[in-house]
Design a protein around this ligand. Structure first.
Ligand code: 5GP
Ligand code: ZN
Length: 141
């Protein structure tokens, strides 16, 4: 629990939320400023700022809840698909510093864009650059 965290306050019931699903480790509720009908947030019940701060068990629990809810949310609002994403860190647009996965229902012709649209200008990388990056990530993983 982090005293100044809005999502911890939702977990504690100090701030109201439209809860749609709950497990021992996770909570799912409607986003207060939905980008689409059914826009849902999935959070761990323990405070953690970013994905890399979650222990393995909690990370798995968050994914299990996302996995369960994606078809439920899509089906409930009659969506044709969804974007499922984490803004991980302030540089990536994370405003609430408590891990949360977004389920954003998508509809044919809704004017939205794919997740590829979120990044800045794409870098120019050679095949050699890509090999180097892949090798470094592989050795660090
Ligand atoms: P972020 O940019 O951090 O990934 O997204 C935070 C999300 O939390 C935003 O979509 C915002 O609308 C939502 N949000 C912020 N404050 C509240 C709140 O008090 N209740 C709910 N249900 N959603 C919130
Ligand atoms: Zn928190």
């Amino acid at each position: 629990m982090s005293d100044d965290c809005i999502f911890c306050q939702i977990i504690d019931g100090d701030i109201p939320a439209r809860t749609v699903y709950e497990t021992d480790e996770t909570l799912a509720f409607l986003d207060a400023n939905p980008l689409a009908e059914g826009h849902t947030l999935v959070i761990p019940k323990t405070h953690a700022r970013q994905l890399q701060d979650l222990d393995d068990e909690t990370a798995t629990a968050v994914y299990e809840t996302l996995h369960r809810l994606v078809p439920v949310v899509e089906g409930t609002v009659g969506a044709d698909g969804s974007n499922v994403a984490f803004n991980n860190g302030p540089a990536a647009g994370q405003e609430i510093p408590h891990v949360h996965g977004h389920i954003i229902p998508r509809f044919e012709g809704d004017g939205g864009r794919p997740v590829h649209a979120v990044a800045g200008s794409p870098p120019e990388l050679s095949e050699e650059d890509l090999d180097t990056i892949a090798g470094e990530i592989k050795s660090n993983a």
